[in-house]
Design a protein around this ligand. Structure first.
Ligand code: SF4
Length: 683
């Protein structure tokens, strides 16, 4: 029998038809009826069937290295959290969760922490992915709303990709972009690296890392001077702060110098944009993962707002997320900086959510964001930590420090699919979670389409769904009624009701009309996009209904340091995902890149005696790791690129998490992975 479900990997959110062919085998095909992919799948999705075996799975609760019953393990988790809160207060505990969780999982974890424990110390690995986009949307629109849909790509005449190797990281979206370009649309790629995506662009601007604000402010000035602003839209729908236009100085040549690109290319880009009303600017981690990520997002949104390229078919800014359910996490409020259902911590919102949950308390203010959260663990301020479905001992910046923090934490719980992970090695209790193919719930992709993930296999061993695990702990902590869910549909209906509760339309996030059905309706749910076409009527979810231009200025770009003269950038490979706990199981996927490479420009390689194919050591003030060198002029001189996927557990090299600084954008808290001062030496 075939099951309609959703891919486990990226934020494109492709629909899959999965046909079980054996006890643990499945045939995977693209769902021709799913709006995100219309039947297509990339290499990762196609080979999902190779990753559903039970090799390496955690199948029983573990206390230390001993197998334990669920009752014993859950009692212990509940007791240790309860005791820690009683002795040190709610702020002494934290959850670190994941964009791999389903929305229902996310919802109960967020509810438990913010409404019942009473702190907002729940953050997510989505902090590392798109929190600058969240902050930018909030500043410009008043709410974290992605206005675009994939259909806009089909209607655009110009597509700009900023900080996104879309061909590798969101391949099905890229296929859609290519199809549109084959029909005549132009493609501009803005990325320091000449990626596979950039190779196929009409124009590639290999800008200096971190110069995005200068580039977009220059574009804004160009549009103003070229008469390409939408004055009527600005007057009717956008608040322009006093002095805003002085930020855009309009000097093409100084902008070209700041961005380190030819002025002629910059002019071509600006002219193309000014002349093309139907423009989509799609941005991703290259924009978000910066110490000025929020400003970079707002620089893009400013241009779209000022030219009226928003809320119209083919004219949109488009933040595309990395993970399969980063958007679902945003919708339930599963970030330390949001409360629930797109509400912040304003007094009125806190009252709404507390009343709805009938909870004994409600978090008073934002909690610790990922970098600060693990710093607090290291400083002993967090004394009980629960990590769900993610691997921060590898993926956090300055991962060596995170490992030390985990080692010193009095109580660490890890719920995960795999038995042997870098983070699990520090756990006092490990709880076996359901994997893709066993989970049942919903996810939201990058264009706000909510789809069902459905189980193909029964739960193996004693594995349980994440929502069930959290619910059981909550009940043991004393909150039986509030967590009396029997199945994900119960949680979904509550989530839907909260989205509409005391919502007179000022909050755009609303799932109105989706809660009335019973379990059968939930089981049969078809993909749908909430919110229609936001901003099409020119109204924004701010108190006055107007969007806001946000004054942002280019920060001075640091000169190279004597001991760390290079700039290190990090990113994904096409056929691997995160820390490879799933893609590492597929022999076919492993063939694309069998080992971690450091990409280095030929001039730097020659100067430092690094041969193509030889081993090289990449070092930063935080740590060092080995890579095989790939000498390529796709890199800018003075810059290095390494992949994020290899771990302590799987490799002696490629431990990229050790290298970036534990520094974050001051507004969004998103770490700046893309520009770390570094050095490289031949081995
Ligand atoms: Fe899965 Fe993303 Fe590939 Fe689609 S594009 S099949 S969601 S990895």
């Amino acid at each position: 029998m075939s099951v309609k479900t959703t891919c486990a990997y990226c934020g494109v959110g492709c629909g899959i038809v999965a046909t079980r062919t054996g006890e643990r085998s499945v045939r995977i095909e693209g769902d021709p009826e799913h709006p995100a992919n219309r039947g297509r799948l990339c290499s990762k999705g196609t080979h999902l069937g190779e990753t559903v075996g039970l090799e390496g799975r955690l199948l029983h609760p573990m206390i230390g290295n001993r197998r334990a019953s669920w009752d014993k393990a859950l009692d212990l988790v509940a007791r240790r959290f309860r005791d820690t809160i009683a002795r040190h207060g709610p702020g002494s505990v934290a959850f670190y969760v994941s964009g791999q969780l389903l929305t229902e999982d996310y919802y109960v974890a967020n509810k438990l922490m913010k409404g019942f424990i009473g702190t907002a110390n729940i953050d997510t690995n989505s902090r590392l992915c798109m929190s600058s986009a969240v902050a930018g949307h909030n500043r410009a629109f008043g709410e974290d709303v992605v206005p675009a849909s994939y259909d806009d790509l089909d209607a655009a005449d110009l597509i700009i990709l900023v900080g996104s190797n879309t061909a590798w990281c969101h391949p099905i979206v890229y296929q859609r972009i290519r199809a549109r370009c084959d029909a005549g649309a132009k493609l501009v790629v803005i990325d320091p690296r000449r990626t596979e995506t950039a190779e196929e662009a009409d124009l590639h601007l290999a800008i200096r890392p971190g110069s995005d604000v200068a580039l977009m402010n220059g574009l804004l000035a160009w549009c103003r001077d070229a008469g390409a602003l939408d004055r009527a839209f600005l007057d009717a729908h956008v608040t322009v702060p006093e002095g805003f236009w002085t930020l855009a100085d309009g000097d093409l040549w100084s902008t070209a110098r700041t961005c380190d690109v030819p002025a002629a290319d910059l002019r071509r880009f600006y002219e193309l944009f000014a002349a093309t009303p139907r423009t989509v600017t799609l941005f991703s981690q290259g924009v978000n993962q910066s110490l000025a990520g929020t400003d970079q997002v707002n620089a893009i949104l400013n241009v779209h707002l000022a030219t009226g390229r928003i809320g119209k078919p083919g004219a949109q800014p488009f933040s595309i997320t990395g993970q399969p359910n980063a958007m679902g996490g945003r919708e339930v409020g599963g970030l330390a900086s949001t409360l629930a259902a797109h509400m912040d911590f304003a007094e009125g919102n806190r009252a709404i959510v507390q009343r709805f949950w009938a909870s004994p308390t409600i978090a008073a203010k934002p909690g610790l964001k990922a970098v600060d959260l693990f710093r607090a663990v290291g400083e002993g301020r967090i004394k009980a930590l629960w990590v769900m479905a993610t691997n921060p001992a590898v993926s956090m910046p300055d991962a060596g420090r995170v490992r030390e923090a985990l080692a010193g934490c009095p109580f660490v719980v890890v719920s995960d699919v795999m038995a042997d992970t870098d983070t699990g090695a520090f756990a006092h209790v490990r709880l076996p979670a359901a994997a893709w193919g066993e989970k049942d719930g919903t996810v939201t992709n990058s264009d706000r389409t909510i789809s069902r993930q459905r189980a193909i296999f029964p739960l193996p061993g004693e594995a349980k769904a994440d929502w069930w695990i959290v619910t059981q702990v909550a009940r043991r902590m004393g909150w039986k009624t509030a967590f009396a869910y029997d199945r994900p549909a119960d949680i979904w209906r509550e989530h839907v009701r909260l989205s509409t509760y005391r919502n007179d339309g000022t909050r755009l996030f609303s799932l109105t009309g989706r809660a009335s059905g019973g379990n059968a309706d939930y089981d049969a749910m078809e993909p749908f996009r909430w919110g229609g076409t936001p901003f099409a009527d020119g109204r924004f979810p701010t108190p006055d209904g107007r969007a806001r231009l946000v004054p942002v200025t280019q920060k001075p770009l640091a000169a190279p340091l004597r001991d760390w003269p290079l700039t290190l950038n990090t990113g994904r490979y096409r056929d691997h995902w995160h820390t490879m706990t799933r893609t590492g199981l597929s022999p076919k996927l492993a063939r694309h890149r069998e080992e971690p490479l450091v990409e280095v420009h030929p001039d730097d390689a020659a100067r430092l005696g690094i041969a193509n194919g030889a081993l090289a050591r990449v070092a930063t003030p935080q740590g060092e790791s080995l890579y095989r060198a790939r000498v390529t002029d796709a890199q800018r001189p003075g810059e290095l690129f390494v992949p994020i996927h290899w771990t302590h557990r799987t490799s002696t090299g490629g431990r990229t998490g050790l290298l970036p600084r534990p520094l974050a954008d001051p507004i969004s808290g998103q770490p700046g992975f893309k520009a770390t001062p570094a050095a490289i030496a031949a081995v």
